[in-house]
Design a binder for this molecule. Structure first.
Ligand code: ACO
Length: 438
């Protein structure tokens, strides 16, 4: 019998029906949510691995940061509901909460905001790195390169064994990511880079760096700054998703945090993950008019057609994504402020959502709008081109990645991530010289 982890009261028995042998494995309970079967000794005791491509049944780590109940449509950070954080808090507080475990008091918040604000500038040399990219490069390609290169600029915060260096690296990443993202945006437009302004909030500063041009003053619209801040909150963390697991996996080898976050950005880029917000807008552009919706719904249901309804469905949520609900409200606020209340794209999206949520295919599979369904409409209305959408997601998610990375590095049980496989290739073959191969 396997040694149960202290506190494990229950166990499950595994029986091999080929030999009749049985083993018992402890069941570990979290504070809330599904239990896990602790199979760490499975291979040592049974000689078999588990097989779970896509990790649908695998808990890869222990974490205290984010809780999701996908069936009920619940998302909480450190115990606080995402709806409450989006309504009553701000992104700086959420960053502090994710990193430190509790909401800050006034003094802690002031110090944190100061620490982040005074790290927003990037090394001046970094701009030459941008100039090496083609102007038409996808901004996510630029982000992967530039963020990875940060480890070549900030050597004094790459010793992951030093808690102070870990903290400095965390602050640098959260602080510099908007600057780096705005520079990627400006570079793609062929406009000069804009330096950060320390008298602006995190979100307002980001908008200023994106939309200021040297020839005229730019005043940040407070409604848009508030909406941007909320978008950042809604994307801040989401448990062990593909990009976060990538960050943890990269970090498990002891790689420095800048390199790990660059790996996370690469993973986020894919259309099945953070790239979906860009894909939603492309899809709405393709659908164009309400009367064409049924045709696209039909295509989404057709197994021989690769088309999927972008911004719909989620690995974990089998209910309305709570972030999508807040995003929809924010969408109305932004469009109203910009005098675009009758934006045809929103109308089209609402109709698409209505038809899909009424369709047996989507109902049966519990496919609901996810966070990406409405974010693109807001961002486009604000003036961002679609190619920058996923970059904004990366700015917001950096705090989640870094909080998860920090939690992993500080976990005494942390080991290098090294999954195994079900090998189905040749067993053994004799080498054939090239003149004897058919
Ligand atoms: N449109 C049409 N059918 C869909 C969709 C969709 N958007 N999503 C899932 N399905 C169907 C699948 O074809 C499958 O049907 P089947 O059981 O008949 O074979 C069933 O629903 C289950 O889908 P899976 O692909 O097995 O679900 P998985 O959990 O692996 O994928 C994912 C989740 C990738 C998000 C998927 O729903 C998808 O591709 N959605 C569109 C892209 C998207 O919006 N991604 C953003 C996710 S949120 C985020 O990353 C921030």
């Amino acid at each position: 019998m396997t040694d149960a982890k202290p506190g494990a009261k229950n166990s499950v028995t595994l029986t091999d029906n080929r030999t009749g042998r049985s083993w018992e494995f402890p069941v570990l309970d979290g504070s809330i949510g599904p239990s896990v079967i602790d199979i760490r000794k499975l291979y040592a005791e049974t000689g078999s691995f588990t097989y779970d491509p896509g990790y649908t049944s695998t808990g890869s780590c222990e974490s205290k940061i984010t809780f999701i109940d996908g069936e009920a449509g619940i998302l909480r950070h450190r115990g606080y509901a995402i709806e409450d954080l989006a309504e009553h808090s701000d992104f700086m507080e959420v960053c502090y909460l994710l990193l430190h475990g509790d909401l800050p008091n006034a003094e802690q918040k002031a110090k944190f905001v100061h620490d982040i604000t005074y790290h927003t500038m990037v090394h001046e040399q970094l701009q030459y790195l941008y100039r090496g990219f083609r102007r038409d490069a996808h901004p996510m390609a630029v982000m992967v390169g530039v963020v990875g290169a940060l480890s070549a600029f900030y050597h004094d915060s790459t010793d992951i064994a030093d808690p102070h260096q870990r903290m400095i690296a965390s602050h640098r990443l959260i602080a510099k990511m908007p600057t780096i993202a705005a520079m990627a945006f400006k570079y793609s437009l062929g406009q000069p880079f804009v330096y950060p302004k320390n008298d602006l909030s995190y979100a307002a500063n980001f908008l200023s760096m994106c939309f200021t041009v040297p020839c005229e003053p730019y005043v940040v619209n407070p409604v848009l700054a508030k909406a941007m801040d909320r978008i950042f909150i809604l994307h801040a963390d989401h448990e062990q998703n593909a990009s976060t697991s990538t960050v943890r996996m990269a970090g498990s080898s002891g790689a420095n945090p800048f390199a790990c976050i660059a790996a996370g950005i690469a993973s986020l880029w894919g259309p099945a993950h953070g790239g979906a917000n860009e894909a939603v807008l492309r899809m709405l552009g393709e659908i164009r008019t309400k009367d064409r919706i049924p045709e696209f719904i039909k295509r989404a249901k057709d197994k021989n057609d690769p088309f999927r309804l972008m911004g719909f469905g989620h690995r974990v949520y089998k209910n309305y994504d709570p972030r999508a609900a807040v995003m929809r409200r924010t969408c109305y606020e932004v469009l109203e402020e910009l005098g675009k209340k009758n934006e045809p794209l929103l109308d089209l999206a609402l109709e698409l959502e209505r038809i899909a949520l009424d369709d047996e295919y989507f109902v049966e599979r519990k496919l609901y709008p996810n966070v990406d369904f409405y974010s693109g409409i807001i961002l486009q209305a604000m003036g961002f081109p679609t190619s920058i959408f996923t970059v904004l997601f990366a700015v917001a998610r950096t705090v989640g990645w870094i909080a998860q990375w920090k939690e992993m590095v500080e976990d005494p049980e942390q080991r290098i991530g090294r999954p195994r496989q079900l090998y189905t290739g040749h067993a053994k073959r004799d080498f054939v010289p090239i003149d004897k191969r058919g």
